[in-house]
Design a protein around this ligand. Structure first.
Ligand SMILES: NC(=O)c1ccc[n+]([C@@H]2O[C@H](COP(=O)([O-])OP(=O)(O)OC[C@H]3O[C@@H](n4cnc5c(N)ncnc54)[C@H](O)[C@@H]3O)[C@@H](O)[C@H]2O)c1
Length: 265
């Protein structure tokens, strides 16, 4: 697939990976819609890219429908929808999250993928196809130090993406899941809009990638092999394979690693 000239919507595009994806798509000649719940961030990135900016909360289906309507009104039918927005509950909070905390993270990190698919897939099918890029996380394949809300929503998002590709692939819907490990973004305190700063050494978290490199890797994969899984960190595939080969051994090893990380905090 050549992204030049394609209509692309990116959610969570005011910062980090979303900002980097929107920037790379724009560099390659796509018609980009920059969306985020952060209105100031949307205005900044949209102006920088000469893109359409739409403020939307992906945790709200009506807001996603309004985003899709605004994108179609400006550029015509959507070719690529990147469900990227997301956040993490605090990893140190354990099971202390409230009902509202869990409901909100399920809305934003998991159900947003469903609302987006409902809003764009039927018209993509009518036109013969389309592409969904789901930013998920390595936490969907191999549970790591992330918090419970993050872990469960990312596992759910991967399950939904699998369901989508199995049931809509034959109708021209392509689905790729970006499942990175650590990327230097707002999640690690980087300012919104900064996608090229050199990542600091985050010790036990291992290699931390720049958002701009992750975006280039992802869009290159979309333009060539269109893989279901996009894994910018090779260690994720290695660990996923170890887990599939011997789940109990993988759990024992990961438990030891997480205990060590907690002791070092
Ligand atoms: N940074 C990492 O190490 C890492 C690793 C794996 C996966 N991810 C995933 O990448 C995606 C992007 O995160 P990032 O690392 O770029 O973080 P980030 O904080 O830099 O960017 C996330 C953006 O999403 C927006 N957002 C949050 N809630 C929203 C909502 N309800 N509606 C619309 N926008 C909303 C934020 O305003 C922010 O601009 C997330 O889904 C995250 O889970 C990040």
């Amino acid at each position: 697939m050549d992204v030049a000239g394609k209509v692309v919507v990116v959610t969570g595009a005011a910062s980090g990976i979303g900002c980097a994806l929107a920037t790379r798509f724009a560099e390659l000649g796509a018609k980009v819609v920059v969306s985020d719940v952060n209105a100031d961030g949307v205005a900044l990135v949209a102006t920088r890219l000469g893109a359409l900016g739409v403020t939307a909360d992906v945790g709200n289906p009506e807001s996603i429908n309004a985003l899709v309507a605004a994108a179609v009104a400006e550029y015509g039918p959507i070719d690529i929808f990147c469900s990227n927005a997301g956040y993490s509950d605090p990893p140190t909070a354990g099971l202390s999250g409230t009902v509202d905390d869990y409901q909100r993270i399920v809305d934003v990190n998991l159900l947003a993928h469903v609302w987006a698919a409902k809003a764009v897939v039927p018209s993509m099918v009518e036109r013969g196809g389309g592409y969904l890029l789901q930013t998920i996380s390595s936490a969907s394949l191999i549970t790591g130090p992330s918090a419970p809300g993050y872990t469960l929503t990312k596992h759910g998002a991967l399950g939904f993406a699998e369901w989508l590709t199995l049931n809509y692939g034959h109708l021209g819907i392509r689905v790729s899941c970006l499942c990175p490990n650590a990327v230097y973004t707002g999640m690690f305190g980087l300012e919104a809009g900064d996608i090229t700063s050199e990542p600091p050494d985050l010790g036990a978290l291992g290699e931390v990638l720049k958002a701009s490199d992750v975006a280039a890797f992802t869009i290159d994969a979309m333009q060539t092999t269109e893989p279901f899984l996009v894994l910018p960190h090779s260690r994720v595939a290695d660990s996923f394979l170890r887990k599939a080969t011997n789940y109990d051994e993988w759990i024992a090893g990961t438990r030891r690693r997480l205990l060590k990380m907690r002791e070092q905090r």
